[in-house]
Design a protein around this ligand. Structure first.
Ligand code: NAD
Length: 376
């Protein structure tokens, strides 16, 4: 029997992306799988049903949940949706393991095998499956466009008959995937860009994109390529230098994150009050609590003429490309487990082993198990 791979119209009201785009549905069908899609699944990302040529249609989400062997999602399934799955189902998608305890417990209780795209190891072989990176790059790009829109200034230098316009100064805090894309975008638009990250390895990357690296003398190399949390003394030293750069910026894009932890607070109220009126902060870390003390997720706060934009679901603002990239990430992840149209997961493969969140009634990912109090 060929494996049935299902995808839903995402149920979260703010979610515009879809986990399966026509190009990937065709590939799966070519690989011998049966693809089961809920009607209207791709509509909000501008993939109308007519573009999906090689799928079977389900009239409801329930039909997909009960009928599929593998369910591909963008957002985590709800507890109610998990209740509709067969216990042999494999679910693959973003799982937000630290934030969605009830859903993780429901997956465990039902004995579902689930893979969290957040947990795909960041090794070279898995780059084509790295959904955190594909979606973060979109967020970095979009954040700069939002900043440009909110400013009452040009980004580039202009030489006009009415005189010369100075270029805007843009500061990027956090030079991971999102931050680097923000730098590249701001540079293309002609801004003068500075960037800062606690990982010293980013210095060369920042410079190679034509931005200046802010030197604070603090390094926070952590394990696995991520940052660690800083000590109080390190934070104070970092803050001193950063505050002066924040004060000089017309726009600040913040992207700093530490996996499994709230976002570090980097822009204090005092630092904001040193910024010129009309300046803007776009905080990509808003959903993790924000990098700025005044950030409110999903809202724009104005403080002494400075606007702080708590950006959420930025990838969803480019739903078409975001869905394309995400669906390709899912395909590249799943492909090695598809053999002549059947599902065969190699548990010796570190990509499957490390990205597995729940299996056989247990939480497989240790940090999540600990965060949930050790119980399943
Ligand atoms: P992330 O979203 O977890 O964090 C964003 C950035 O914030 C990181 O660069 C981090 O160092 C920085 N940061 C954290 N605390 C900070 C602070 N207090 N002040 C300033 N900056 C702070 O990171 P990410 O974009 O997902 O990337 C994390 C790492 O993984 C990077 O080294 C990246 O190059 C690497 N990576 C590797 C692969 C691969 O090899 N396949 C793929 C993607 C990313």
């Amino acid at each position: 029997m060929p494996v049935t791979i299902g995808a839903l119209r995402e149920s979260a009201p703010q979610e515009t992306r879809v986990s399966l785009v026509p190009e990937v549905a065709d590939k799966l069908a070519k690989d011998g799988a049966r693809v089961l899609l809920e009607r209207g699944a791709g509509e909000r990302a501008r993939f109308p049903d007519a573009l999906y040529k090689s799928v079977s249609w389900a009239a409801s989400a329930g039909e997909v949940l009960a009928g599929a062997d593998v369910v591909l999602t963008v957002q985590p399934l709800t507890v109610a949706q998990i209740g509709e799955l067969k216990s042999s189902t494999v679910v693959i998608g973003f799982m937000q393991p630290y934030a969605r305890a009830a859903e993780v417990r429901a997956l465990t209780a039902r004995g579902i095998t689930s893979f969290a795209m957040e947990l795909v190891p960041r090794i070279s072989r898995a780059q084509s499956m790295d959904a955190l990176s594909s979606q973060a790059a979109i967020a970095g790009y979009k954040a700069v466009l939002i900043a440009a829109n909110a400013l009452q200034k040009f980004l580039p230098m202009l030489t006009t008959a009415a005189g010369t316009i100075r270029p805007a100064q843009l500061l990027v805090i956090g030079a991971g995937v999102a931050g680097l894309q923000a730098i590249a975008t701001a540079r293309r638009l002609g801004a003068v860009v500075e960037a800062y990250d606690v990982r010293s390895a980013t210095r060369e990357q920042v410079k190679s994109l034509g931005a200046k690296f802010v030197e604070t003398g603090v390094s926070a190399e952590g394990s696995g390529g991520y940052a660690r949390e800083l000590t109080a003394e390190e934070k104070a030293r970092q803050q001193e230098v950063l505050d002066s750069r924040i004060a000089a910026a017309d726009a600040v894009v913040t992207t700093a994150a530490v996996p499994g932890r709230p976002a570090p607070k980097i822009i204090t109220r005092a630092a904001l009050e040193r910024m010129r009126a009309g300046s803007v902060v776009v905080d990509i870390a808003a959903e993790q609590g924000g990098n700025c003390e005044l950030t409110r997720a999903g809202e724009t706060v104005e403080h002494q003429g400075v606007r702080i934009i708590g950006a959420v679901n930025l990838a969803g603002a480019l739903a078409y490309n975001a869905s394309e990239m995400y669906a390709r990430n899912l395909y590249n992840f799943l492909k090695p487990a598809l053999s002549q149209g059947e599902l065969a997961i190699d548990w010796n493969d570190e990509v499957f082993a490390q990205s597995c969140l729940t299996r056989g009634g247990e939480i497989q990912h240790e940090p999540t198990r600990k965060a949930l109090g050790g119980s399943a």
